[in-house]
Design a protein around this ligand. Structure first.
Ligand SMILES: Cc1cc2nc3c(=O)[nH]c(=O)nc-3n(C[C@H](O)[C@H](O)[C@H](O)COP(=O)(O)OP(=O)(O)OC[C@H]3O[C@@H](n4cnc5c(N)ncnc54)[C@H](O)[C@@H]3O)c2cc1C
Length: 248
């Protein structure tokens, strides 16, 4: 999987260039016969400037991805974007398969998950990366983890009906719980783990060697430094992850 770093563009031409970049990447990866899925951010496709244009980009990318035998993922950004993101993903689903990221720290996610399942939209469940207020999001890591597992159980139940259930996490304890729960269902539902490139590589290898479906998300592009600094500033706990991983 791949994503070009960047968020909120300030000029429609930039959004068009991002869309062209992904169309080109889809073609090139298809030509190499690689199994590699794009993951896009709506603000990078111009959502703040022109919603209609952003929708057109997402629909075209979803169709192109399908034509090339791959699948489009849409990332989830800060909470004010959730409704629009889910609406746009639903519009794209009308033309081609598409998946969306949902954040376990948001109080609303169980309802959103039910809606996505009913519409055949794949879900990549993550804990959530942004600084959010208590009225919209759980604040304690242990509460987020528990909510994640509850949502994961719903996803595994739905997976039996063909729903694409993806867990985007590096949390080894959570991964073990999800795998154990999936193993307790007969037949075990298909599910995947998506991890970030370079983080806990051993864990990625161990999971794959145990037969889990694992994909790695590669984030690339010139924008990596501001993107990374913003993530660190928004959620200081991320600093500790980075230090631990660098030391490890
Ligand atoms: C494939 C994928 C897609 C994502 N897409 C989105 C998205 O669209 N929207 C969104 O809000 N969030 C997204 N995220 C980020 C996610 O919300 C979390 O912030 C991030 O994954 C950390 O949470 P965790 O589940 O890994 O568990 P944690 O409990 O936070 O971390 C478990 C362990 O993983 C390691 N670790 C985790 N993150 C990092 C890091 N950044 N650098 C170094 N080590 C780390 C640490 O060792 C840590 O102890 C995505 C994550 C992944 C893996």
């Amino acid at each position: 999987m791949y994503t070009r770093l960047g968020e909120n563009v300030s000029d429609p031409a930039e959004a068009d260039a991002v869309a062209r970049h992904y169309h080109d990447a889809i073609d090139r990866i298809h030509a190499q016969h690689a199994d590699c899925e794009p993951s896009v951010k709506l603000t990078q496709l111009g959502l703040d400037l022109d919603r209609t244009r952003a929708v057109a980009h997402v629909r075209a990318l979803a169709e192109h991805a399908q034509a090339c035998g791959t699948y489009l993922w849409v990332d989830m950004e800060q909470s004010p974007y959730v409704d629009t993101t889910l609406d746009i993903v639903r519009e794209a689903r009308a033309v081609a398969p598409v998946g969306v990221c949902l954040q376990a720290y948001l109080h609303r996610t169980a309802d959103d998950l039910a809606r996505m399942v009913s519409r055949g939209i794949g879900v990549r469940l993550v804990k959530g990366a942004y600084k959010e207020l208590p009225d919209v999001a759980l604040q304690k890591k242990s509460d987020v983890d528990e909510h994640y597992f509850t949502l994961a159980r719903t996803m595994l139940s739905a997976a039996a009906g063909g729903f694409r259930a993806v867990f985007g996490t590096h949390d080894t304890a959570l991964i073990a719980r999800i795998r154990a729960h999936a193993g307790s269902i007969n037949p075990a539902p298909r599910h995947e783990f998506h991890l970030l490139y370079g983080i806990q590589r051993d864990q990625q290898r161990v999971l794959a060697s145990k037969g889990a479906h694992v994909r790695v998300l590669i984030a690339y592009g010139d924008y990596w430094f501001p993107w990374y600094m913003r993530r660190l500033a928004e959620r200081p706990a991320n600093v500790w992850f980075v230090v631990k991983n660098i030391m490890g």
